[in-house]
Ligand binder design. Structure first.
Ligand code: FES
Length: 164
């Protein structure tokens, strides 16, 4: 599949409709590319460049500048754990250490089943709900490892069911 797939056509048109020229839609289209490929792959960069009438190098430089775009393949669930000061004061460092140990990965690592990628990030502006993380751009707040173990087990069960 690719961004030319029918399922993206409405969203691409909607992105273009918001801006006076095509190149201004590059960021929302990079999100679509990331959704399609799991990261901003070379194919995704080329497709966005073609859609926006831009040079792929320009699109790559935008993708490389912003941390919300991933320049390498990620797991299905991209877990970005805030370990900045306010969260650290509420146990985020310990939470992150336990989460990595639970998943058997280091910072930036992806589990062997391809389901989970973890990394630590700076403030996500939910300081009063620490420990917290962002999973595929959705916040999960007031976390503890019991909640995380249950959530991880649920996602693994869903993945196993989908394989059958
Ligand atoms: S310090 Fe973690 S969300 Fe602000």
């Amino acid at each position: 599949m690719a961004l030319s797939d029918k399922k993206y056509s409405q969203r691409i048109e909607a992105a273009f409709a918001k801006y006076p020229d095509k190149r201004s839609a590059v960021m929302p289209l990079l999100y679509l590319a990331q959704e399609e490929y799991g990261w901003v792959s070379p194919e995704g960069i080329q497709e966005v460049a073609d859609l926006c009438d831009m040079d792929p190098t320009q699109v790559q430089s935008i993708a490389g500048f912003y941390t919300m775009y991933s320049e390498k393949p990620k797991g299905k669930y991209w877990l970005q754990v805030c370990t900045d000061l306010a969260c650290a004061l509420r146990g985020a460092d310990e939470f992150y250490e336990e989460l990595k140990a639970e998943l058997g990965v280091e910072d930036g690592g992806t589990t062997e089943d391809g389901l989970f990628t973890v990394e630590h990030v700076m403030c996500l502006a939910a300081c009063d709900k620490a420990p917290m993380l962002q999973c595929n751009f959705h916040f999960m707040e007031n976390l503890d490892m019991d909640k995380m173990r249950a959530w991880i087990a649920e996602k693994r069960a869903e993945a196993a069911k989908a394989k059958k």
